[in-house]
Design a protein around this ligand. Structure first.
Ligand SMILES: [Zn+2]
Ligand SMILES: [Zn+2]
Length: 356
C-alpha cells in the first residue's frame, strides 16, 4: 500500500531499512524516514551491531511484528536535528543510547530507568538513516572523539549492559570471578572486570574463537567441562554449613545455559554472588538450597540506566577495552539477511557488524 500523505517541510527521500518479515526472514525494504521532531536527531548510520536479542527474533520470532525495523546498537553521523536539540550539529559523529525512559513512572523516579514502565526505544539502526527521539547530549547521544571508530560506538549499548551487571556487584578483592558465556555481553563483562582491577577473571565458553578473544583481553579461559576440575584444583574447596563449594567470589552468568547456572551455584563460595545477565530459553532447574545455605546473592541485571551508559561511554571512548577486536564479521546493509544468519552461529562469531 502506498500513501501520498506528506510531512510538511520534509523532503521524503526513501531509505533502505532492515525489517522483520517472518521467522528466518529479514528483508531490506524502502521506507519513508519518519519526520524529525523538535527534540529528535536523525543519524546516517555508520555501523550497527546485531544483538543476541535480534537473533532470537530472527530464529524464533520473539518480540517481533511484520514490518518492524531492527537494529539498536549503532553509531553514525548527524544529518538533521530538531530546533530544541542542544549541543549538536549536523556532521557530528555520535554513539547512541537507544533506550528512552519516560522519566515519570515510579521506577524512573527512583533512578531505575532500565525498569521504566513506558520504555521506548530508538530502533531501526539497520538502515541508512535512523531517527533518535529525545536526543539529549550525554544521555541519548554521545559525541565520539576522533580516535573512536563507528564500530566502537556501536558497542555502547551492549557495553552498557555489561557495565550495569558489574556495577551492581561488590567485587571480592583477590578472589577469582567467573564469566559464563563469552558472547558480546560476556566479553564486555570480562573487559570491564579486568579494567576494574579484578586479577583473576575466568572466561568460559564452548567456542574456541570466543575463548581466544577473552584470553587476549587477559582472562583465563576454559571450556565448560574444564571448569569444575580446574577451579577446584587451583583454588580448592570452601566449606560452609551443609555445603561444600568452590572458591569463586562471584559469577556473571551471561550464557543462558541451565548447566552453567547449576555450576555457578556449586562453585561460588558461601556469601558470594551470582549475577544473572543472560536470558534462558528453557527455565533452569536451580538448587535453591545452595542459594539458601550459602546465602548467595542471586541477582538479575537488566539493560542499563543513564549512569551505566555514561560510564560505558567513558570506557568505550578511552579505547582501553579493545572493543574493536570483538568484531568478527562485517557486512554491507544489502547483505543484512546473511549478517543475521552469520550472527546466529554462536560458535565461530563474536559480533557481526553491518555497515549501511
Ligand atoms: Zn542489544
Ligand atoms: Zn519510566
Amino acid at each position: 500500500m502506498t500513501s501520498t500523505q506528506a510531512t510538511v517541510g520534509v523532503a521524503d527521500q526513501q531509505i533502505d531499512a532492515a525489517v522483520w518479515m517472518e521467522v528466518g526472514r529479514i528483508d531490506l525494504v524502502p521506507v519513508t524516514p519518519p519526520a524529525v521532531g523538535p527534540r529528535d536527531v536523525e543519524i546516517e548510520v555508520g555501523a550497527c551491531g546485531i544483538c543476541g536479542s535480534d537473533v532470537h527474533r530472527f530464529l524464533e520470532g520473539q518480540w517481533s511484528t511484520p514490518g518492524q525495523r531492527l537494529g539498536h546498537e549503532f553509531a553514525g553521523t548527524v544529518t538533521a536535528l530538531g530546533q530544541e536539540v542542544e549541543g549538536l550539529s549536523v556532521g557530528d559523529r555520535v554513539a547512541v543510547n537507544p533506550a528512552v525512559p519516560c522519566l515519570e513512572c515510579d521506577r524512573c523516579r527512583e533512578g531505575r530507568t532500565n525498569l521504566c514502565s513506558g520504555l521506548r526505544g530508538a530502533e531501526g539502526g539497520l538502515a541508512q538513516r535512523v531517527r533518535v527521539p529525545d536526543a539529549q547530549l550525554g544521555r541519548q547521544i554521545f559525541l565520539m572523539p576522533d580516535s573512536m571508530t563507528m564500530e566502537e560506538g556501536a558497542f555502547l549499548e551492549p557495553l552498557s549492559v555489561a557495565v550495569r551487571a558489574v556495577r551492581r556487584e561488590q567485587l571480592p578483592p583477590g578472589e577469582p570471578v567467573l564469566v559464563a558465556g563469552l558472547g558480546t555481553i560476556g566479553q564486555c563483562v570480562v573487559r570491564v572486570l579486568l579494567d576494574a582491577g579484578v586479577e583473576t577473571v575466568i572466561g568460559v565458553d564452548t567456542s574456541p574463537v570466543r575463548r581466544r578473544a577473552a584470553e587476549e583481553a587477559g582472562a583465563l579461559v576454559l571450556a565448560p567441562d574444564e571448569v569444575r576440575p580446574v577451579v577446584l584444583e587451583r583454588w580448592g574447596q570452601t566449606v560452609s554449613p551443609y555445603q561444600t563449594s568452590g572458591a569463586l567470589g562471584g559469577v556473571f552468568e551471561c550464557s543462558g545455559a541451565p548447566s552453567a547456572l547449576a555450576q555457578a551455584l556449586e562453585l561460588v563460595r558461601a556469601g558470594g554472588f551470582v549475577s544473572l545477565a543472560g536470558l534462558f530459553a528453557t527455565p533452569p532447574a536451580v538448587d535453591v538450597n545452595a542459594v539458601v545455605q550459602k546465602e548467595l546473592l542471586l541477582r538479575g541485571a537488566f539493560a542499563y540506566t543513564m549512569d551505566d551508559v555514561q560510564e560505558a561511554f567513558a570506557l568505550a571512548s578511552s579505547g582501553r577495552l579493545g572493543l574493536a577486536e570483538l568484531v568478527s564479521d562485517r557486512f554491507p546493509l544489502a547483505r543484512v539477511q546473511e549478517a543475521f544468519q552469520r550472527q546466529a552461529d554462536t560458535h565461530s562469531t563474536i559480533k557481526v557488524v553491518v555497515h549501511p
